[in-house]
Design a protein around this ligand. Structure first.
Ligand code: NAD
Length: 474
């Protein structure tokens, strides 16, 4: 499904009309291609006095080949001496300095009066970010803060980040990353390893349609890949609902990242499924997830073919929309069964049989309908809110086994599902977000892939919205 309006505004005539009438102006988003640099320009780093992460962030960026805009400050941090830095927007001749990213370590902020340091850093740079640039603020999870004042100040970071996501425009995204103090027993090295996959994802074009998110990076075991262009090398990944839409895009992205993909869908979608699997050198499993023997058949297949499954992506989903008063029980039952109960049954059997090893990943697909609710979708929204409950309950329960559990919650994604929405509602859905456009299946796929990487072991219990910072459920 193409967004004709977005294509039109890229033309000369379209640009003129948009400007004159004040119409929504969807920017062209920077999306990832293998071999791309992480950023379109240098990164400017800042830190509140007493911050604890700047040194690791500097090392991660340097290792990733990112040019640092203020190497002197970076060197100071790399030497372990964090200080407040807010260089003014500088110019080289007549050309103002522009940045691919602004990163600020706010972990040193322990009182609301110190929030001023955020203003001091971001205010001079508000117009200095390149198109599809990135803003990342790093903080300490409020519940870990030793004093109410520090917890209050750290919680305040959310307001800044979500507002920058709405203000900066031109495809710039903004995220808050809360980094736990306990990032493993290896201290600074542990923190660096834990944080690296998340920074790489958020800075790159992989996160094109993710904005206004709060991501928690904790203490799970993360494994740095030999090659960041193939971060899933050797991993066996199951994708349900892989015959089309988001699932098909996901199979491709996971295979590109080095995974051995097991693509599953219903027998009626067998031909499309086989085409997806053949295209990526994966295997196809025809199975209706709601069949009573589906979990055991799947477990037996995975055990006999691969001996394990490193990553399980529960993507299959259906809608059966009707307002509650008009909804028959079948519609309710089918949606809850496909979108939620089947995931629970499959998790139970795979975990019982220990087919998901330590370092394994479970990633489920929720929806912003599960966060905001939606008229005509009581069944769907219930199932998708249930997926969030599954993450909340299972992530702590599986921490000791070294298995992470996360969900993505897509907003308006250009698929057959959204193409069926009546035109006016569809246009509203597309534009009501900070990026003024729908996302693509690949945007959801890239986000799931990041959560699946062995390097993302410290990311668990998160629900990451892939919605361009939709106004719904915000
Ligand atoms: P889609 O309908 O294009 O694809 C879903 C796939 O799941 C289909 O191939 C289908 O055959 C398969 N499937 C359905 N029931 C199954 C079963 N019982 N057993 C095995 N496979 C089954 O949908 P999509 O738009 O690609 O959505 C993928 C996921 O993303 C779903 O969970 C959906 O709820 C969620 N989502 C989509 C959007 C969006 O805008 N498209 C927004 C939010 C959430």
């Amino acid at each position: 499904m193409t967004d004709r309006y977005a294509s039109f505004v890229q033309s000369a005539a379209g640009r003129a009309l948009v400007k004159r009438l004040g119409l929504p102006d969807p920017p062209r988003l920077r999306r990832h291609h293998p071999g791309d640099p992480l950023l379109p320009g240098p990164a400017l780093l800042g830190a509140a006095t007493g911050g604890r992460l700047a040194e690791q962030v500097t090392k991660i960026l340097t290792a990733a080949g990112v040019e640092l805009a203020d190497p002197a400050a970076a060197a100071e941090w790399a030497g372990g001496a964090p200080a407040q830095h807010a260089p003014p927007a500088r110019s080289h001749g007549d050309t103002p300095q522009r940045y691919g990213a602004l990163l600020f370590d706010a972990t040193g902020i322990t009182d609301s009066t110190e929030l001023r340091q955020l203003y001091d850093f971001f205010h001079p740079q508000a117009r200095a970010v390149l198109p599809s640039g990135r803003v990342i603020v790093l903080g300490t999870p409020p519940q870990e803060c030793p004093t109410p004042r520090e917890a209050t100040a750290q919680r305040a970071l959310e307001g800044l980040v979500r507002s920058i996501g709405k203000e900066f425009g031109r495809g710039t995204t903004a995220q808050l990353v809360y980094v736990t103090r306990d990032t493993g027993d290896t201290g600074a090295v542990g923190t660096r390893t834990s944080l690296e996959s998340t920074l790489r994802f958020l800075l790159s074009g992989r996160s094109a349609y993710v904005s206004g998110q709060v991501i928690r990076v904790g203490g799970g075991a993360a494994r740095t890949p030999a090659d960041w262009d193939r971060p899933l090398d050797g991993q066996v990944v199951l994708v349900t609902g892989a015959a089309r839409g988001i699932g098909a895009a996901l199979a491709k992205v996971l295979a590109r990242d080095g995974a051995q993909v097991v693509a599953l869908d219903i027998p009626a979608a067998g031909d499309a499924l086989a085409a997806v699997a053949n295209d990526i050198g994966g295997t196809a499993v025809q199975l209706d997830l709601t069949a009573p023997d589906a979990p055991t058949r799947l477990a037996e297949h995975l055990a006999s073919r691969h001996g394990r499954v490193d990553v399980v992506v529960h993507n299959a989903g259906i809608t059966r929309d009707k307002t509650l008063g008009r909804m028959d029980a079948d519609r309710w039952d089918q949606v809850i069964d496909v979108n939620l109960s089947s995931q629970e049954r499959i998790n139970d059997v795979l975990l019982e049989r220990e087919l998901i090893p330590a370092g394994g990943r479970i990633v489920s697909v929720s929806s912003i309908a599960g966060i905001a609710g939606n008229r005509g979708q009581t069944n769907y929204a219930t199932s998708k809110a249930g997926v969030i409950g599954l993450v909340d309950s299972l992530a702590p329960a599986l921490r000791d086994r070294g298995i992470s559990v996360n969900a993505v919650a897509p907003g308006f994604i250009e698929t057959r599902l959204t193409a069926r929405i009546p035109l006016v509602v569809r246009e509203a859905g597309r534009r009501m977000n900070s990026l003024a456009q729908g996302g693509l299946p690949v945007d959801v796929a890239e986000t799931i892939a990041w959560l699946a990487w062995p390097a993302s072991g410290a990311v668990s219990g998160n629900v990451v919205r892939v919605c361009g910072q939709s106004l719904l459920g915000a």
